[in-house]
Design a binder for this molecule. Structure first.
Ligand code: KIV
Ligand code: NA
Length: 265
């Protein structure tokens, strides 16, 4: 199979083919995602929430992201694998940012990194790009700044924040980012941004006019019980399916029906 590259992703936007992106954090799930024809697998720092049980994305470490990423890379035969630089590994110090990105590339074998923010992180983005490492931007609701926002609600509804987002998107394109994730912003703003830059705009909770879509796999498979924001389309209800299967297993052990005569040596 032919590997998806940042160039192929750009060609998709050019010809109007939507880009499919989904998170994965481990080998077995990534194998299923890759085999389903995903264009981009994101090793998101949402691993902090869905894999480690933290309330925010802030606690996950660079070493932990590298562990998740290396597992995903071993499974991804076709997808482009992009890894979130975690909180504290790139903000405010471009040398440290480059070191963090290099560690991800060398130690996991991933194909690029994602970073939250616009003009504030321009120096770090530039330094990483100079090393030949593809960078995906991330604007709008940037969960690493949750304590600044104070809420996970829709961003850029006011003119000033919308204008900054438009400018940040242009800035990230000019710096050389190959794509930008926009999270939880009005569909109208996402449409404007997607039309104002050449590079792909990949949305989550950002409407139908983006060049591609991304979701967290635990959310779209219904593993995260009770998490149902408006933007989320749930494609399965794996919590109930898995819970039911496991209950049956417990019941079969208790009732002595498992294992039966055929299931032993
Ligand atoms: O960490 C993550 O899963 C993400 C996506 C929601 C874009 O950054
Ligand atoms: Na993230």
């Amino acid at each position: 199979v032919k590997r998806i590259t940042t160039h192929i992703v750009q060609e998709m936007k050019n010809r109007g083919e939507k880009i499919a992106m989904l998170t994965a954090y481990d080998y077995s799930m990534a194998a299923i995602v890759d085999d389903a024809g995903m264009d981009i697998i994101l090793v998101g720092d949402s691993a902090s929430n869905v894999m480690a049980g933290h309330e925010t994305t802030l606690p996950i470490t660079l070493d932990q992201m590298i562990y998740h990423a290396s597992s995903v890379v071993r499974a991804a035969k076709r997808a482009l694998v992009i890894v979130d630089l975690p909180f504290g590994s790139y903000q405010g110090n471009s040398k440290e940012a480059l070191n963090s990105a290099i560690r991800i590339m060398k130690e996991s074998g991933a194909h690029g990194v994602k970073m939250e923010g616009g003009i504030e992180i321009a120096e770090s983005v530039t330094r990483i790009l100079t090393a030949g490492i593809p960078v995906m931007g991330h604007l709008g609701l940037t969960p690493q700044s949750i304590y600044k926002f104070g809420t996970y609600t829709v961003r850029a509804k006011q003119d000033a924040e919308a204008q900054k987002l438009r400018e940040d998107a242009i800035t990230l394109q000019e710096l050389g980012c190959f794509a930008i994730v926009v999270e939880k912003i009005p569909a109208k703003l996402a449409k404007e941004v997607a039309e104002s830059v050449q590079i792909p705009i990949i949305g989550i909770g950002a409407g139908q006019h983006c060049d591609g879509q991304v979701l967290v796999i635990h959310d779209m498979l219904g593993i995260n019980k009770g998490f149902k924001p408006r933007f989320l389309r749930q494609y399965a209800n794996l919590y109930d399916q898995m819970n039911g299967a496991i209950k049956n297993y417990v019941g079969d052990i208790k009732s002595k029906s498992f294992p039966n005569e055929q299931e032993q040596y």
